[in-house]
Design a protein around this ligand. Structure first.
Ligand code: FES
Ligand SMILES: [Fe+2]
Length: 345
């Protein structure tokens, strides 16, 4: 069961063109395309006649023509031609259509009741248009695990001490206590670590010399969007409620998890920093480093998924799991409430 009445990232906008593209999201087969004017469209990827994937057919103008007997659909999913019996199109010749919106270089899809789709509810990327901020190209990984393992991982600042030794790890990441806070949209797990060298990934990104006070802010938002903020500020200037100083470096990693099915996750991310907005070399360095680190997560999470599936003795939880467990509970309650609403509708 997934939360449906919300916006998920389907993919990078640049990867959708005037051609048919098949994807599975939340266990549903969907065909995406752009219409002649560039507007995105998404339809159920199954012809109502013999369920041939429409993605195996042809895109003609703004219409999708089934590759078996030519039933033709517009972007709303209505059948507008049935060549084998013109004038007698069956009333049930219709496929589901999904609301889709391009925003922040990403294509967003609404997987629930189309009547409820409101683009104003798309997750907001603050400072996206701020010319003082720079972002990376970002990336995409297919991870063979349930999306909630990725969610757990992105509410877990401790794992960097073991999994990301050459990038995000560093003094204090293995043993400093964590704070957990519930928000309107999810959960934040965070902590300040004081007077340590920057982690290897940030070593030549921060704009000051010497040791730093460092904040790990791991925030998860419903349904599965993580905002992972790293703050590095000269030693003595960091701490709860202390204002940023001129040298304070902030990088936000945005992570978008979309379940493909119960055993597979599409993971998309980019990073957004408050320095060097136009420096392509820095963006590339950050992007390459992130891809390397997120592949480290992939290896761990795929093995965790398999390990938890095959366990023969009970597993345990640790204190570090509090944020993840709190978020999972919150999400499950929302899913249950949505299911109840659907049953009563
Ligand atoms: S399967 Fe699509 S028209 Fe027959
Ligand atoms: Fe990680």
């Amino acid at each position: 069961m997934y939360l449906r009445n919300c916006w998920y990232v389907a993919g990078w906008s640049k990867d959708y063109e005037h051609t048919l593209k098949a994807q599975k999201l939340l266990g549903e087969n969907i065909v995406f395309y752009r219409q002649c004017d560039g507007a995105p469209a998404a339809l159920e990827d199954a012809c109502p006649h013999r369920k041939l994937p429409l993605s195996m057919g042809q895109l003609e103008g703004d219409h999708v023509v089934c590759g078996y007997h030519g039933l033709t659909f517009d972007c709303t999913g209505n059948c507008i031609d049935s060549p084998t019996q013109r004038g007698m199109t069956p009333r049930r010749a219709v496929v589901r259509s999904y609301p889709v919106v391009d925003r922040y270089r990403l294509l967003w899809i609404w997987m629930g009741d189309p009547e409820k789709a409101n683009p104003d509810e798309i997750f907001e990327i603050e400072n996206f248009d701020n010319p003082d901020w720079g972002y990376t190209d970002g990336g995409m990984l297919s991870i063979e695990c349930n999306y909630l393992w990725v969610v757990d991982n992105l509410l877990d600042p401790s794992h960097v001490a073991w999994v990301h030794v050459t990038s995000f790890g560093g003094g204090g990441t293995g043993d400093q206590p964590l704070d957990m806070e519930k928000t309107d949209r999810g959960v934040i797990v965070s902590r300040w670590i004081y007077d340590q060298p920057p982690s290897p990934y940030y070593n030549n990104l921060v704009r000051f010399e010497g040791t730093c006070d460092r904040k790990q802010h791991y925030e998860m938002c419903v349904p599965a969007i993580a905002l992972n903020k790293s703050v590095y500020t000269p030693t003595g200037t960091g701490g709860p409620d202390k204002p940023a100083v001129a040298d304070t470096y902030v990088n936000i990693s945005y992570n978008f998890m979309t379940p493909v099915d119960e055993n597979n996750t599409q993971y998309i991310w980019f990073q957004h920093r408050n320095t060097d907005p136009c420096d392509k070399a820095i963006s590339k360095q950050m992007n390459d480093g992130a891809i390397m680190a997120f592949n480290e997560d992939k290896e761990i999470l795929e093995a965790v998924h398999k390990g938890m599936d095959a366990m023969t003795t009970p597993h345990i939880d640790l204190g570090l799991d509090l944020g993840a467990k709190t978020f999972r509970l919150r999400l499950q309650r929302l899913i249950d409430a949505e299911q109840k609403d659907t049953e009563h509708a």
